[in-house]
Design a protein around this ligand. Structure first.
Ligand code: PEP
Ligand code: MN
Length: 346
């Protein structure tokens, strides 16, 4: 349930109520809204909990949270969350663009891509150093050497670094190099990993599992939020259906649906979502039209020679053209695309 404090509730009253929530064996999550401060009381409630909290000084009302996820729900926090990670801003009317190769391969590949995506308007560089591969015989990534190359590319370009972490033991290591930890589709329900990522405040890009429902995605986000990390971006990257004309099926209705249910920003991945280079520009533009708060796009200097996912990667020129289209859609809708040194309305 949520304890909604009165508009003018004092700090002491808020702290006191948080203490009372904890004393009832519940976990208190404080959310400071523009109008009200709200205390989400998470856990098994006992009899008369509601009545006992309602009597507190400075309390406006105590209402149940209907959604199965709590801290992630709009009921608890009506205002959209904006996630800021280095040069990347995503959410609350600002759109961020993350671009780069599927895998970090070598210095030249990464730095040339970083320069190109920055010039085209991206504010973050993606690149997998720890790669989840369907086959154990495929390259598993450059691991820490790849993280070092990502950090060097950030040093030169100022782009924020987004990279995947696959296991709880690696969270600290990856977070020491990255601005955003990507939790990949295959790991969306790796609860130990989610909890570990929730203990830091490094922003998380949480990808939807290919057969996960929206509730499961939001409950996965809840694992991170519940540990205290509020900086979660949800990523729709396509789901598995009977249809095989695309690698996955990319449901763009996820964007308005999630905006309805959660305050967390929504990023679309049109690369994995389609699996074909020629479909990416249209779906990137459509994602912006659907209200996406961000895009994550695979870009490679030579897609044909890429270690992984070349068939869905854009060349530098294709990315530049895609960004020009994305800007037109954003402009028509009055959406801001974050730029690195300043925010501009395009
Ligand atoms: C990736 O971003 O390269 C990746 C492996 O994505 P996903 O987890 O969505 O498959
Ligand atoms: Mn990929």
């Amino acid at each position: 349930m949520i304890v909604v404090m009165e508009k003018g509730a004092t700090k002491d009253q808020i702290q006191h109520m948080a203490g009372r929530v904890e004393a009832l064996g519940l976990r208190a999550h404080l959310i400071y809204g523009t109008e009200h401060t709200v205390i989400a009381a998470i856990g098994e409630k006992r009899e008369h909990t509601k009545e006992s909290l309602e009597s507190g000084a400075g309390v406006a009302e105590v209402v149940p949270i209907l959604a199965p996820y709590k801290v992630a729900s709009r009921e608890v926090k009506p205002e959209p969350t904006q996630v800021v990670a280095g040069g990347l801003t995503v959410g609350a009317g600002v759109m961020g663009v993350i671009a780069g190769p599927c895998s970090v391969e070598n210095e030249e590949q990464l730095i040339s891509t970083a320069r190109a995506v920055k010039a085209a308007g991206a504010t973050a560089l993606r690149g997998g150093a720890f790669k989840p591969r369907s086959s154990p015989y495929s390259s598993q990534g450059m691991k820490e050497d790849g993280l070092k190359l990502l950090a060097a590319a950030r040093e030169e370009t100022g782009l924020a670094v987004v990279t995947e972490v696959m296991s709880p033991e690696d969270v600290e290591l990856v977070a020491s190099y990255a601005d955003v930890l990507q939790i990949g589709a295959r790991n969306m329900q790796n609860y130990r990993l989610l909890e570990e990522a929730g203990r830091l405040d490094t922003p998380i890009l949480l990808k939807r599992g290919p057969s996960a429902t929206m509730d499961e995605l939001l409950l996965a986000a809840e694992y991170i939020l519940n540990e205290g990390n509020p900086n979660v971006m949800l990523c729709e990257r396509g789901i598995r259906t009977f249809e095989s004309h695309t690698r996955f099926t990319l449901p763009l209705a996820s964007v308005p649906y999630l905006h309805h249910k959660t305050h967390l920003p929504v990023v679309i991945d049109p690369s994995h979502g389609t699996g074909h280079t020629y479909l990416v520009p249209d779906m990137a533009a459509a994602s912006v039209a659907a209200g996406a708060d961000g895009l994550i796009v695979e870009v490679h200097p030579n897609p044909e020679g890429a270690f992984s996912d070349g068939y869905q990667s854009l060349t530098f020129q294709q990315f530049e053209q895609t960004m020009a289209r994305v800007r037109k859609v954003a402009d028509a809708l009055g959406v801001q695309i974050a730029s690195q040194s300043r925010r501009v309305t395009v």
